[in-house]
Design a protein around this ligand. Structure first.
Ligand SMILES: NC(=O)C1=CN([C@@H]2O[C@H](COP(=O)(O)OP(=O)(O)OC[C@H]3O[C@@H](n4cnc5c(N)ncnc54)[C@H](OP(=O)(O)O)[C@@H]3O)[C@@H](O)[C@H]2O)C=CC1
Ligand SMILES: Nc1nc(=O)c2c([nH]1)NC[C@@H]1CN(c3ccc(C(=O)N[C@@H](CCC(=O)O)C(=O)O)cc3)C=[N+]21
Length: 296
């Protein structure tokens, strides 16, 4: 079998266009422009690329983008003061603090200082709790993007066996919650899982969020399964730096029913969902009905 390639880039373009349409209507009918503030502490080159591309997409969707670049040595008090200001600013509907933060900053403390209604990453403990109890929340962008692609491909996910490899707070755990919410039978695997290959081979839906280049070989994939590769790994190959996922794409594509590529899969969907979450936060803040199909 040769897998269908799930085109995250094209899907993301559709989501962004839909968001832009809603933004135009918000402006015309209500005079409101959604605003997203992105906070970057320190000078990680990969993060800077990512923050720039977020800013560009935000503006292209018709929203306001506010970038705050802080020195790597910024104190916790200064960062918390900035978050306080953004929380109080009515022009800012979404706040994203780029992770990881420099080691001297307590990321839990910082994330939990964000107004949950503006927490477009969905990392605040109250959003985590709302998601876990099936209540309306802000849903983390990467897992939300994965869910949208899965629903688009399968329609209903009910009863499917899903395996999520990785248990981070930003990808693995919220991904598992969303799959459970769609009535999958969910297994969460991690670095202490025994017989990971055996576990993966049970999956109708296999989500890899590990951060290890091409660690999942084709023979861990059940024939016909849907593979969602969240990994973003930069490696040297043939004297060039290339981007690869956590899955051996060539091997897995021979067995899977459908697979997301890297680049052009989950990454672009993450950014599209960030814009969608900012729009949703703006609608909620203004007591307006939220657009359908852009949340979980
Ligand atoms: N496309 C996108 O939009 C995004 C992509 N990413 C990418 O996704 C990947 C994962 O990110 P993130 O969740 O933040 O990473 P973390 O490093 O926070 O978590 C990695 C997880 O993988 C598990 N793991 C590590 N090694 C193994 C192994 N050998 N076998 C099984 N499990 C293992 C860890 O287990 P344990 O808990 O036991 O240590 C951990 O739960 C990265 O490549 C990152 O760049 C991240 C965010 C967004
Ligand atoms: N608070 C916070 N929220 C995040 O959502 C967050 C974060 N911090 N820190 C870093 C990770 C990583 N992440 C990516 C998003 C998009 C691409 C993306 O668009 N990737 C393109 C390729 C881009 C390239 O070429 O480098 C693709 O896969 O096609 C990648 C990675 C979000 N993260």
């Amino acid at each position: 079998m040769t897998a269908k390639i799930i085109d995250g880039k094209a899907f993301a373009a559709r989501v962004r266009a839909e968001v832009a349409g809603h933004v135009a209507r918000l402006k015309a009918d209500h005079g409101i422009t959604p605003g997203l503030a992105v906070v970057l502490v320190g000078e990680d080159p990969a993060s800077e690329v990512y923050v720039r591309s977020k800013g560009k997409s935000t503006v292209e969707a018709g929203m306001n983008s506010y970038e705050h670049k802080l020195d790597a040595a910024t104190s916790e008090a200064d960062l918390l003061a900035l978050i306080g200001k953004l929380n109080a600013d009515p022009a800012v509907h979404g706040i994203l603090v780029q992770l990881p933060l420099p080691k001297h900053l307590d990321s839990d403390l910082v994330i939990n200082a964000i107004d949950p209604a503006k927490d477009v990453d969905g990392f605040h403990i109250s959003n985590v709790g709302l998601l876990g109890t099936g209540q309306k929340s802000m849903v983390p962008c990467t897992p939300l993007g994965c869910l949208m692609m899965l629903r688009d491909h399968h329609g209903s996910l009910a009863g499917m066996d899903a395996v999520v490899v990785g248990r981070s707070n930003i990808v693995g755990k919220p991904m598992a919650q969303l799959l459970l919410g769609d009535s999958c039978t969910v297994t969460i695997a991690h670095s202490r899982t025994k017989d990971l290959g055996e576990v993966c081979r049970r999956a109708d839906i296999l989500v890899a969020a590990v951060g290890r280049p091409e660690m999942i070989p084709g023979d861990w994939v059940k024939p016909g399964a849907t593979v969602i590769d969240v990994g973003i790994n930069r490696i040297e190959r043939g004297g060039k730096t290339v981007l690869v996922g956590d899955v051996d794409f060539a091997g897995a594509a021979k067995v899977a029913g459908a697979i997301t590529p890297v680049p052009g899969g989950v990454g672009p969907m993450t950014i599209a969902c960030l814009l969608a979450n900012t729009l949703t936060a703006c609608c909620r803040a203004n007591g307006l009905p939220e657009p359908e199909g852009l949340t979980a």
